[in-house]
Ligand binder design. Structure first.
Ligand SMILES: NC(=O)c1ccc[n+]([C@@H]2O[C@H](COP(=O)([O-])OP(=O)(O)OC[C@H]3O[C@@H](n4cnc5c(N)ncnc54)[C@H](OP(=O)(O)O)[C@@H]3O)[C@@H](O)[C@H]2O)c1
Length: 250
């Protein structure tokens, strides 16, 4: 059974690792190509967009894909919508492998906002030292608030994505641990953190470090993903879904 995994996440890598070496399945991992040096995967990998919904339909038919597992990041809304539409159009089974969002607990000082623009507004007028942990592709709205100092962490160089006078760029890739997150926040005298509500464990230590230091965190809510798609929260649950497809109960 040929399976397409839409990846770019820790969960997609874990799922790929679960399928590696299985002779009854033929998985293919797809990456968008945003990271110049992606971690090597234990299954065949392709890189680059499909060319929207029509391109994905063509790809699925040409490669005779029987099932798609959408394990993209919770903020990768376009790819998920394209996958839902393409699979629906040609009757390919689709599973969304989605980690649950983080939920504030005792001691968290969260300011939840619906978008990056509102995250900028939530920083306020007074200059602050801001730890921006939102990747590099959605930095532009922060160019509108030039009074702040931004400590930006991303996997790839940010180039000119953030047009502000006080920017400190740090390159690093998850997973992170609380001790080093806390040390970074103290060293850079961070006043406030901005994050997407990504969920998962790999980047959660920034939340626990902020809690320990009593720092406020501006948490950007997830975009809408397609409704009516079957969901699994873990790689193991996604494997069970595939096995039910592959060997339906008598
Ligand atoms: N957004 C985030 O915060 C974030 C964080 C960590 C990792 N990622 C990963 O980075 C990638 C891009 O994220 P995004 O937010 O830019 O996505 P997006 O806005 O949903 O997708 C934009 C376009 O990128 C292509 N694309 C996205 N994911 C792809 C995949 N796995 N394989 C092939 N093409 C893909 C598609 O191009 P075509 O229309 O040409 O097919 C899609 O229409 C995803 O794989 C995602 O899992 C995203």
């Amino acid at each position: 059974m040929r399976i397409l995994i839409l990846g770019g996440t820790t969960e997609a890598s874990a799922f790929a690792a679960c399928l590696a070496g299985r002779s009854d399945l033929s998985p293919l991992l797809s990456l968008a190509g945003r990271t110049s040096d992606p971690r090597p995967a234990p299954i065949p990998t392709r890189i680059g967009g499909f060319g929207s919904i029509d391109g994905l339909v063509h790809f699925l038919m040409e490669k005779r894909i029987a099932a798609v597992v959408d394990a993209t990041h919770p903020f990768a809304a376009r790819m998920s919508h394209n996958a839902a539409e393409a699979c629906d159009r040609i009757g390919v089974r689709l599973l969304a492998l989605r980690r649950p969002p983080w939920v504030a607990t005792a001691g968290d000082r969260w300011i939840e906002v619906p978008s990056m623009i509102e995250a900028v507004q939530a920083l306020g007028e007074a200059p602050r030292r801001v730890f921006l942990t939102i990747g590099r592709l959605e930095l532009n709205p922060f160019s509108a608030a030039q009074q702040h100092t931004y400590v930006v962490r991303s996997i790839e160089p940010i180039g000119d994505a953030l047009d502000a006078p006080h920017v400190i760029a740090i390159r690093a890739r998850a997973p992170f641990i609380e001790d080093t997150e806390r040390a970074l926040m103290e060293r850079e005298a961070i006043d406030v953190i901005v994050t997407k509500n990504s969920g998962g464990t790999a980047t959660y230590p920034k939340i626990t470090a902020a809690r320990a230091l009593g720092l406020p965190v501006i948490v950007v809510a997830r975009p809408q993903k397609p409704v009516g798609v079957e969901e699994a929260e873990t790689a193991e649950a996604a494997v069970r879904w595939l096995e039910r497809l592959h060997r339906p109960a008598p």
